[in-house]
Write a protein that binds this ligand. Structure first.
Ligand code: MF3
Ligand code: CO
Length: 258
């Protein structure tokens, strides 16, 4: 399948999938606290998703056994929820969630600090979020895909962070993963030309140390090779003739982006 351009009607479904996912993130993020198991986070996440008439898109995707990916500290992405994995004060916790509304997917991730976190951890979270928005300056029709990638990667790399290369963002729509791949680092070529109606999940994964990652024995959980902290920030966006439409921003984030 090649890169799809969504119709106006499809974009309405994508917007609703995004709007609901933003509420899920807000609600679940607010509920996160020390002492919770990652399995409890997943159960609450699934309940919120279903309460809005959506399906959790990660559940059973390629055999993934949960609705929410919960990745703590040196876990980069795809942490599998477990009853014996307890969130602690000082942790940074990445929540990656996808929902399906009337056949259309949205995908977004946020990293939260639990209670008091170190300034280094907070800075990692802030740089990861900001790198995404630097990418958005280039997410315009007529521009090229890898200009987004370069802006994200350069912002983080210049500040001494390790940009994960083994995992990338992606097109999104009736499938969770569609073409094209959206890297978070410089590519030699500029990539495809962006057109209005393209929908992308842009998701920088940034490490405090080395960019290298390894897979755990569960075959899902991705961790930093050097055990440094990692943060994740992802939104589902639509390319337009002007600024991109970011479908998965929470209400408070929308106020800052405008
Ligand atoms: N946001 C991740 C991605 O885009 C989540 C998918 S992982 C899985 O790849 F759990 F769904 F498998
Ligand atoms: Co994604």
């Amino acid at each position: 399948m090649s890169v799809t351009i969504k119709t106006a009607e499809e974009l309405e479904y994508m917007r609703e999938a995004g709007r609901i996912l933003a509420i899920v993130h807000q609600t679940l993020g607010d509920a996160l606290e020390e002492g919770m198991s990652t399995l409890e986070v997943d159960a609450l996440g699934e309940e919120i998703i279903r309460s809005y008439g959506c399906e959790p898109s990660f559940l059973n995707y390629m055999g993934y056994p949960a609705s929410v990916c919960v990745s703590i500290n040196d876990e980069v992405v795809h942490g599998i929820p477990r009853a014996d994995r307890i969130i602690e004060e000082g942790d940074i916790v990445s929540l990656d969630i996808g929902v399906i509304y009337k056949g259309y997917h949205s995908d977004a991730a946020r990293t939260h600090g639990i209670g008091h976190i170190t300034p280094e951890a907070q800075q990692l979270i802030d740089v990861t979020r900001e790198s995404f928005f630097r990418g958005m300056d280039y997410a315009v029709a007529g521009g090229h895909l890898h200009d987004i990638s370069r802006a994200i990667g350069d912002y983080a790399t210049e500040r001494g962070y390790g940009v994960v290369r083994d995992l990338v963002g992606h097109g999104i729509g009736t499938q969770l993963h569609e073409e094209p791949e959206v890297p978070n680092f410089r590519k030699f070529r500029r990539g495809i030309k962006l057109q209005p109606g393209m929908t992308l999940a842009v998701e920088p994964m940034i490490n405090a140390g080395s960019p290298n990652v390894v897979w755990m024995e569960d075959e899902w959980t991705v961790v930093t090779e050097d055990e440094s902290l990692s943060a994740h920030y992802e939104n589902t966006i639509v390319i337009t003739d002007g600024k991109p439409e970011i479908l998965t921003l929470t209400e408070s984030e929308k106020r800052l982006w405008k």
